[in-house]
Design a protein around this ligand. Structure first.
Ligand code: G3P
Ligand code: MG
Length: 247
């Protein structure tokens, strides 16, 4: 695999604002921008009426005042939920965010995006396809958003509809089939749990022509070591101490 275009910075704010704001909301994106971040990561999925919105978990319980499987609800119900007050009262009433509004906010702050496709179980293909199509349209004229997913099927569906959008395969643990999978998906990058990375593995992945994003790195010493080994991007919750100028 040859080296592909990689316009992304070396630090990425996890879920918009890391641990400083309710994850995956517009308020989080504003906090990421306030700390000067040039790129954010966030998790996106489908409502039951095919609207794309941001949420990490399958269920609403942890990060909103709703409950149950989020993907089983229509957007008009999801839009009424409070996704801020679980975090702190300063964010009372912060709603769930639609991908279209997130794209507009990224454009406003001139931030790049890593869209993690986080499908509700059994809607991997539909979600991968819908998010890739929407992303291509919403980010037109800007740096292409980097699509990533733990779901091979979702990335494959994204590739089929929008082959030009860059893709990164997410892995929580070391997968001996990483090369076969990233080649089949024509990935520009591999996004790995930093705990499974070593200097030797970084060298192996780089030799295969892949860019590497390590998540979620909250210790500056660890971030420094990973970057020294050749990791291309660090995804962090500590957006305050691992900032855009981090070295
Ligand atoms: O994309 C990096 C990271 O967000 C993957 O894990 O569970 O935080 O979405 P998770
Ligand atoms: Mg994520």
């Amino acid at each position: 695999m040859s080296q592909k275009n990689w316009p992304y910075p070396h630090i990425v704010a996890h879920r918009g604002g890391g641990k400083l704001a309710p994850e995956n909301t517009l308020a989080a994106i504003d906090i990421g921008a306030k700390y000067g971040h040039l790129m954010i990561e966030f998790d996106a999925k489908l409502s039951n009426d095919a609207q794309i919105f941001l949420l990490h978990d399958d269920t609403l319980d942890r990060t909103s005042n709703g409950w149950g499987i989020a993907g089983e609800l229509s957007w008009d119900k999801l839009a009424k939920l409070d996704a801020g007050s679980w975090f702190s009262r300063d964010f009372n009433g912060e709603p769930l965010a639609l991908l279209a509004d997130v794209a507009a906010r990224c454009r406003q702050h001139q931030m790049m995006a890593n869209i993690e496709i986080k499908p509700t179980t059994n809607s991997e293909i539909e979600t991968g396809r819908a998010i890739a199509q929407a992303a291509a349209q919403l980010w037109q004229g800007q740096t292409a958003p980097l699509l990533s997913s733990f779901s091979y099927e979702a990335l494959e569906a994204a590739m089929q509809v929008e082959p030009e959008l860059p893709r990164g395969l997410l892995l929580h643990s070391w997968d001996k089939q990483w090369q076969e999978k990233t080649t089949a998906l024509d990935c520009v990058s591999i996004h790995l749990n930093h705990k499974v990375l070593s200097a030797a593995r970084v060298a192996e992945l780089k030799a295969a022509g892949l860019r590497i994003l390590a998540y979620t790195v909250n210790n500056p010493e660890r971030a420094r070591a990973l970057l020294k080994w050749g990791v291309d991007a660090i995804c962090t919750d500590r957006i305050d101490i691992i900032g855009p100028d981090f070295t």
